[in-house]
Design a protein around this ligand. Structure first.
Ligand code: ADP
Ligand code: MG
Length: 331
Protein backbone atom coordinates (compact mmCIF):
# COMPACT_ATOMS: atom_id res chain seq x y z
CA UNK A 1 0.00 0.00 0.00
CA UNK A 2 1.16 3.52 -0.78
CA UNK A 3 -0.14 6.52 1.14
CA UNK A 4 0.54 9.95 -0.27
CA UNK A 5 -0.45 13.00 1.76
CA UNK A 6 -0.29 16.62 0.67
CA UNK A 7 2.61 16.00 -1.67
CA UNK A 8 3.98 19.17 -3.21
CA UNK A 9 7.00 19.80 -5.39
CA UNK A 10 8.22 23.09 -6.80
CA UNK A 11 11.07 23.63 -9.21
CA UNK A 12 11.83 27.26 -8.52
CA UNK A 13 8.64 29.06 -9.42
CA UNK A 14 7.13 26.02 -11.22
CA UNK A 15 4.68 24.12 -9.08
CA UNK A 16 5.00 20.65 -10.64
CA UNK A 17 3.03 18.75 -7.97
CA UNK A 18 0.32 20.59 -6.08
CA UNK A 19 -0.97 19.08 -2.82
CA UNK A 20 -1.54 15.51 -4.02
CA UNK A 21 -3.14 13.03 -1.64
CA UNK A 22 -4.18 9.48 -2.55
CA UNK A 23 -3.91 5.85 -1.47
CA UNK A 24 -2.78 2.95 -3.63
CA UNK A 25 -4.17 -0.39 -2.44
CA UNK A 26 -2.39 -3.68 -3.02
CA UNK A 27 -3.19 -5.95 -5.92
CA UNK A 28 -4.38 -3.53 -8.60
CA UNK A 29 -3.00 -1.99 -11.75
CA UNK A 30 -3.16 1.78 -11.37
CA UNK A 31 -2.92 4.22 -14.25
CA UNK A 32 -1.47 7.63 -13.74
CA UNK A 33 -3.01 9.61 -16.56
CA UNK A 34 -2.21 13.17 -17.56
CA UNK A 35 -0.94 15.27 -20.47
CA UNK A 36 2.73 16.16 -20.85
CA UNK A 37 3.89 18.39 -18.06
CA UNK A 38 1.08 17.30 -15.71
CA UNK A 39 3.56 16.20 -13.05
CA UNK A 40 3.48 12.42 -13.54
CA UNK A 41 7.24 11.81 -13.66
CA UNK A 42 7.89 14.21 -10.81
CA UNK A 43 5.34 12.36 -8.64
CA UNK A 44 6.71 8.93 -9.55
CA UNK A 45 10.28 10.07 -8.91
CA UNK A 46 9.23 11.19 -5.43
CA UNK A 47 7.24 8.00 -4.74
CA UNK A 48 10.29 5.91 -5.59
CA UNK A 49 12.67 7.94 -3.47
CA UNK A 50 14.62 9.34 -6.44
CA UNK A 51 13.59 12.94 -5.79
CA UNK A 52 12.91 14.94 -2.64
CA UNK A 53 9.50 16.53 -2.12
CA UNK A 54 9.00 20.17 -1.17
CA UNK A 55 6.21 19.21 1.22
CA UNK A 56 4.09 16.21 2.16
CA UNK A 57 4.62 12.57 3.05
CA UNK A 58 4.86 9.29 1.15
CA UNK A 59 4.57 5.96 2.91
CA UNK A 60 5.35 2.68 1.18
CA UNK A 61 3.70 0.06 3.36
CA UNK A 62 4.80 1.07 6.85
CA UNK A 63 7.90 2.93 5.71
CA UNK A 64 8.33 6.63 5.05
CA UNK A 65 10.14 7.06 1.72
CA UNK A 66 12.26 9.88 3.11
CA UNK A 67 12.88 8.68 6.67
CA UNK A 68 13.12 4.90 6.08
CA UNK A 69 14.17 5.09 2.46
CA UNK A 70 16.18 1.83 2.46
CA UNK A 71 13.26 -0.29 3.67
CA UNK A 72 10.72 1.60 1.57
CA UNK A 73 12.77 1.31 -1.62
CA UNK A 74 13.07 -2.46 -1.17
CA UNK A 75 9.32 -2.71 -1.76
CA UNK A 76 9.49 -0.90 -5.11
CA UNK A 77 10.81 -1.70 -8.58
CA UNK A 78 10.99 1.38 -10.81
CA UNK A 79 11.34 1.89 -14.52
CA UNK A 80 11.96 5.63 -15.01
CA UNK A 81 10.87 7.51 -18.13
CA UNK A 82 14.41 7.31 -19.49
CA UNK A 83 15.75 3.94 -18.33
CA UNK A 84 19.42 4.08 -17.32
CA UNK A 85 20.59 1.32 -19.66
CA UNK A 86 24.26 0.84 -20.49
CA UNK A 87 24.05 -0.08 -24.13
CA UNK A 88 27.47 -1.70 -24.42
CA UNK A 89 26.51 -4.23 -21.78
CA UNK A 90 24.46 -7.34 -22.41
CA UNK A 91 21.16 -7.62 -20.54
CA UNK A 92 22.74 -10.30 -18.34
CA UNK A 93 25.65 -8.02 -17.38
CA UNK A 94 23.33 -5.09 -16.82
CA UNK A 95 20.86 -7.09 -14.71
CA UNK A 96 23.73 -8.53 -12.67
CA UNK A 97 24.92 -4.99 -11.98
CA UNK A 98 21.44 -3.83 -10.90
CA UNK A 99 20.88 -6.99 -8.82
CA UNK A 100 24.14 -6.32 -6.99
CA UNK A 101 23.03 -2.74 -6.31
CA UNK A 102 19.77 -4.15 -4.96
CA UNK A 103 21.87 -6.41 -2.71
CA UNK A 104 20.84 -9.72 -4.24
CA UNK A 105 23.64 -12.08 -3.13
CA UNK A 106 26.17 -13.18 -5.74
CA UNK A 107 25.02 -16.78 -5.35
CA UNK A 108 21.37 -15.96 -5.97
CA UNK A 109 21.92 -13.55 -8.85
CA UNK A 110 22.07 -15.97 -11.81
CA UNK A 111 18.78 -17.62 -10.81
CA UNK A 112 17.15 -14.25 -10.12
CA UNK A 113 18.20 -12.95 -13.55
CA UNK A 114 16.78 -16.08 -15.19
CA UNK A 115 13.54 -15.63 -13.23
CA UNK A 116 12.93 -12.05 -14.36
CA UNK A 117 14.14 -12.77 -17.89
CA UNK A 118 11.55 -15.53 -18.17
CA UNK A 119 8.81 -13.17 -17.01
CA UNK A 120 9.73 -10.51 -19.54
CA UNK A 121 10.61 -13.00 -22.28
CA UNK A 122 14.19 -11.90 -22.87
CA UNK A 123 15.96 -15.20 -22.16
CA UNK A 124 17.06 -15.53 -25.82
CA UNK A 125 18.68 -12.06 -25.88
CA UNK A 126 20.35 -12.13 -22.47
CA UNK A 127 23.83 -12.24 -24.01
CA UNK A 128 23.30 -9.85 -26.91
CA UNK A 129 24.59 -6.29 -26.33
CA UNK A 130 21.73 -3.96 -25.50
CA UNK A 131 22.71 -1.62 -28.35
CA UNK A 132 21.62 -4.32 -30.83
CA UNK A 133 18.19 -4.77 -29.25
CA UNK A 134 14.96 -3.17 -30.52
CA UNK A 135 13.26 -0.49 -28.45
CA UNK A 136 10.66 -3.05 -27.40
CA UNK A 137 13.34 -5.41 -26.09
CA UNK A 138 15.21 -2.60 -24.38
CA UNK A 139 12.01 -1.75 -22.58
CA UNK A 140 11.69 -5.39 -21.52
CA UNK A 141 15.22 -5.21 -20.13
CA UNK A 142 14.18 -2.04 -18.26
CA UNK A 143 11.14 -3.80 -16.82
CA UNK A 144 13.35 -6.79 -15.91
CA UNK A 145 15.59 -4.61 -13.74
CA UNK A 146 12.48 -3.28 -11.97
CA UNK A 147 11.48 -6.87 -11.18
CA UNK A 148 14.83 -7.87 -9.66
CA UNK A 149 14.50 -8.69 -5.98
CA UNK A 150 10.79 -9.36 -6.53
CA UNK A 151 9.43 -6.10 -5.07
CA UNK A 152 5.76 -5.95 -4.19
CA UNK A 153 5.16 -2.73 -6.14
CA UNK A 154 6.22 -2.08 -9.75
CA UNK A 155 6.20 1.51 -11.01
CA UNK A 156 6.58 2.17 -14.75
CA UNK A 157 6.83 5.69 -16.16
CA UNK A 158 5.31 5.84 -19.68
CA UNK A 159 6.43 2.29 -20.48
CA UNK A 160 5.05 2.24 -24.03
CA UNK A 161 6.33 5.60 -25.30
CA UNK A 162 8.29 5.29 -28.54
CA UNK A 163 7.25 1.71 -29.23
CA UNK A 164 5.56 0.52 -32.41
CA UNK A 165 1.96 -0.76 -32.20
CA UNK A 166 2.99 -4.43 -32.02
CA UNK A 167 5.52 -3.75 -29.26
CA UNK A 168 2.90 -1.70 -27.39
CA UNK A 169 0.51 -4.66 -27.37
CA UNK A 170 3.28 -6.97 -26.13
CA UNK A 171 4.32 -4.62 -23.33
CA UNK A 172 0.68 -4.14 -22.33
CA UNK A 173 0.25 -7.90 -22.07
CA UNK A 174 3.42 -8.14 -20.02
CA UNK A 175 2.13 -5.43 -17.63
CA UNK A 176 -1.20 -7.21 -17.39
CA UNK A 177 0.64 -10.39 -16.34
CA UNK A 178 2.72 -8.48 -13.79
CA UNK A 179 -0.57 -7.39 -12.22
CA UNK A 180 -1.16 -10.99 -11.12
CA UNK A 181 1.70 -10.86 -8.61
CA UNK A 182 2.42 -7.19 -8.07
CA UNK A 183 0.75 -3.89 -7.43
CA UNK A 184 1.51 -1.95 -10.61
CA UNK A 185 1.48 1.80 -11.22
CA UNK A 186 2.06 3.03 -14.73
CA UNK A 187 1.90 6.50 -16.14
CA UNK A 188 0.60 7.41 -19.55
CA UNK A 189 -0.74 10.39 -21.47
CA UNK A 190 -2.97 8.10 -23.54
CA UNK A 191 -6.51 7.58 -22.26
CA UNK A 192 -7.17 4.41 -24.27
CA UNK A 193 -3.99 2.88 -22.92
CA UNK A 194 -4.90 3.23 -19.25
CA UNK A 195 -8.42 2.13 -20.08
CA UNK A 196 -6.99 -1.01 -21.70
CA UNK A 197 -4.58 -1.97 -18.92
CA UNK A 198 -5.60 -0.44 -15.60
CA UNK A 199 -8.36 -1.16 -13.13
CA UNK A 200 -7.98 2.16 -11.31
CA UNK A 201 -7.12 5.50 -12.86
CA UNK A 202 -5.75 8.66 -11.30
CA UNK A 203 -6.00 11.70 -13.51
CA UNK A 204 -3.45 14.37 -12.84
CA UNK A 205 -3.56 17.80 -14.43
CA UNK A 206 -1.29 20.74 -13.64
CA UNK A 207 0.05 18.88 -10.61
CA UNK A 208 -3.36 18.27 -9.09
CA UNK A 209 -5.39 15.10 -8.76
CA UNK A 210 -8.62 15.78 -10.66
CA UNK A 211 -10.16 12.29 -10.75
CA UNK A 212 -9.58 8.87 -9.21
CA UNK A 213 -11.91 6.25 -10.57
CA UNK A 214 -12.36 3.06 -12.57
CA UNK A 215 -11.84 3.16 -16.36
CA UNK A 216 -15.54 2.33 -16.79
CA UNK A 217 -16.61 5.37 -14.81
CA UNK A 218 -14.06 7.46 -16.63
CA UNK A 219 -15.69 6.34 -19.85
CA UNK A 220 -18.94 7.81 -18.61
CA UNK A 221 -17.33 11.21 -18.22
CA UNK A 222 -15.86 10.98 -21.67
CA UNK A 223 -19.12 9.99 -23.33
CA UNK A 224 -21.37 12.65 -21.86
CA UNK A 225 -21.66 15.68 -24.06
CA UNK A 226 -20.00 14.00 -27.00
CA UNK A 227 -20.78 13.17 -30.60
CA UNK A 228 -21.99 10.30 -32.75
CA UNK A 229 -21.13 9.70 -36.39
CA UNK A 230 -23.93 8.45 -38.54
CA UNK A 231 -23.50 7.08 -42.04
CA UNK A 232 -26.64 6.62 -44.13
CA UNK A 233 -27.74 7.00 -47.73
CA UNK A 234 -30.08 9.90 -46.98
CA UNK A 235 -29.66 13.66 -46.94
CA UNK A 236 -29.00 15.76 -43.88
CA UNK A 237 -32.56 17.11 -43.97
CA UNK A 238 -33.97 13.58 -44.12
CA UNK A 239 -31.72 12.60 -41.20
CA UNK A 240 -33.00 15.52 -39.15
CA UNK A 241 -36.56 14.46 -39.98
CA UNK A 242 -35.91 10.83 -38.97
CA UNK A 243 -34.34 11.89 -35.65
CA UNK A 244 -36.77 14.72 -34.92
CA UNK A 245 -38.46 12.82 -32.08
CA UNK A 246 -35.21 12.22 -30.15
CA UNK A 247 -34.14 14.25 -27.14
CA UNK A 248 -30.57 15.24 -26.47
CA UNK A 249 -29.36 16.12 -29.97
CA UNK A 250 -27.84 19.59 -29.87
CA UNK A 251 -26.55 20.04 -33.43
CA UNK A 252 -25.93 18.38 -36.77
CA UNK A 253 -22.81 18.52 -38.90
CA UNK A 254 -22.08 17.38 -42.44
CA UNK A 255 -18.88 15.34 -42.46
CA UNK A 256 -18.85 13.85 -45.94
CA UNK A 257 -21.43 13.91 -48.71
CA UNK A 258 -21.32 12.18 -52.05
CA UNK A 259 -24.10 11.31 -54.46
CA UNK A 260 -25.13 8.42 -52.32
CA UNK A 261 -23.15 7.90 -49.14
CA UNK A 262 -23.51 10.56 -46.51
CA UNK A 263 -21.73 10.85 -43.21
CA UNK A 264 -23.02 13.17 -40.49
CA UNK A 265 -21.89 14.01 -37.02
CA UNK A 266 -24.50 14.78 -34.43
CA UNK A 267 -23.60 16.40 -31.15
CA UNK A 268 -25.45 15.11 -28.14
CA UNK A 269 -25.91 16.09 -24.54
CA UNK A 270 -26.69 12.83 -22.84
CA UNK A 271 -25.93 10.81 -19.76
CA UNK A 272 -25.89 7.61 -21.77
CA UNK A 273 -24.53 7.53 -25.26
CA UNK A 274 -25.47 3.84 -25.60
CA UNK A 275 -29.15 4.61 -25.03
CA UNK A 276 -29.24 7.41 -27.57
CA UNK A 277 -27.31 5.25 -30.06
CA UNK A 278 -30.01 2.57 -29.73
CA UNK A 279 -32.73 5.18 -30.25
CA UNK A 280 -30.99 6.44 -33.37
CA UNK A 281 -30.69 2.91 -34.71
CA UNK A 282 -34.39 2.27 -34.09
CA UNK A 283 -35.46 5.56 -35.66
CA UNK A 284 -33.61 4.74 -38.87
CA UNK A 285 -34.84 1.14 -38.86
CA UNK A 286 -38.46 2.33 -38.50
CA UNK A 287 -38.05 4.33 -41.70
CA UNK A 288 -36.38 1.38 -43.41
CA UNK A 289 -33.15 3.32 -43.83
CA UNK A 290 -30.06 1.16 -43.28
CA UNK A 291 -27.10 2.66 -41.41
CA UNK A 292 -23.60 1.86 -42.55
CA UNK A 293 -22.08 3.65 -39.59
CA UNK A 294 -23.17 4.48 -36.05
CA UNK A 295 -20.15 5.41 -34.02
CA UNK A 296 -19.66 7.35 -30.78
CA UNK A 297 -16.78 9.80 -31.34
CA UNK A 298 -14.03 9.83 -28.77
CA UNK A 299 -13.68 12.92 -26.69
CA UNK A 300 -10.03 13.80 -26.61
CA UNK A 301 -8.06 13.84 -23.43
CA UNK A 302 -7.66 17.60 -23.28
CA UNK A 303 -11.47 17.95 -23.42
CA UNK A 304 -11.79 15.55 -20.50
CA UNK A 305 -9.19 17.40 -18.45
CA UNK A 306 -10.92 20.67 -19.21
CA UNK A 307 -14.26 19.24 -18.16
CA UNK A 308 -12.85 17.65 -15.02
CA UNK A 309 -10.99 20.72 -13.91
CA UNK A 310 -13.84 23.10 -14.63
CA UNK A 311 -16.30 20.84 -12.77
CA UNK A 312 -13.98 20.35 -9.85
CA UNK A 313 -13.92 24.08 -9.06
CA UNK A 314 -10.27 24.04 -8.29
CA UNK A 315 -9.34 21.19 -6.07
CA UNK A 316 -12.11 18.70 -5.43
CA UNK A 317 -11.57 15.17 -6.58
CA UNK A 318 -14.39 14.03 -8.78
CA UNK A 319 -16.11 10.74 -8.18
CA UNK A 320 -18.91 9.53 -10.34
CA UNK A 321 -21.40 9.74 -7.50
CA UNK A 322 -20.92 13.48 -7.53
CA UNK A 323 -21.30 13.67 -11.27
CA UNK A 324 -24.42 11.51 -11.14
CA UNK A 325 -23.77 9.95 -14.48
CA UNK A 326 -25.03 6.43 -14.87
CA UNK A 327 -24.27 5.47 -18.42
CA UNK A 328 -21.88 2.68 -19.19
CA UNK A 329 -19.98 3.16 -22.37
CA UNK A 330 -16.28 3.48 -22.85
CA UNK A 331 -15.60 6.11 -25.46
P1 ADP B 1 4.93 14.72 -16.89
O1 ADP B 1 5.77 13.56 -16.51
O2 ADP B 1 3.49 14.58 -16.50
O3 ADP B 1 5.09 15.08 -18.32
P2 ADP B 1 6.79 16.26 -15.27
O4 ADP B 1 6.67 15.74 -13.89
O5 ADP B 1 7.97 15.80 -16.07
O6 ADP B 1 5.43 15.99 -16.04
O7 ADP B 1 6.84 17.84 -15.23
C1 ADP B 1 5.92 18.62 -14.47
C2 ADP B 1 6.31 20.07 -14.57
O8 ADP B 1 7.55 20.31 -13.90
C3 ADP B 1 6.51 20.58 -15.98
O9 ADP B 1 6.05 21.90 -16.04
C4 ADP B 1 8.00 20.51 -16.17
O10 ADP B 1 8.42 21.46 -17.12
C5 ADP B 1 8.52 20.82 -14.79
N1 ADP B 1 9.80 20.16 -14.50
C6 ADP B 1 10.03 18.83 -14.48
N2 ADP B 1 11.29 18.55 -14.14
C7 ADP B 1 11.90 19.74 -13.91
C8 ADP B 1 13.22 20.14 -13.49
N3 ADP B 1 14.17 19.24 -13.23
N4 ADP B 1 13.46 21.46 -13.38
C9 ADP B 1 12.51 22.38 -13.61
N5 ADP B 1 11.25 22.07 -14.00
C10 ADP B 1 10.93 20.78 -14.15
MG1 MG C 1 6.89 12.28 -17.68
Amino acid sequence: MITVEHLTKSYGSTLAVDDLSFTIEDGHIYGFLGPNGAGKSTTLNILTGCLAASEGTVKIGDFDIFENSKEAKKLIGYLPEIPPLYVDQTPREYLDFVAEAKRVSKKERPAEIERVAKKTNIIHVLDKPIKYLSKGYRQRVGISQALLGNPQIIILDEPTVGLDPMQILEIRELIHNLGENHTVILSSHILSEVQAICDKVLIIYKGKLVAFDTPENLGKITSSGSAIEIGADVSLDETKEILSGLEGITSYENVECSDKHNLFKIHVETKDITDISKEIFKAFANKDVPLYKLNPVKTNLEDIFMELTSDSEGDNIITMEEKEIDSSITA
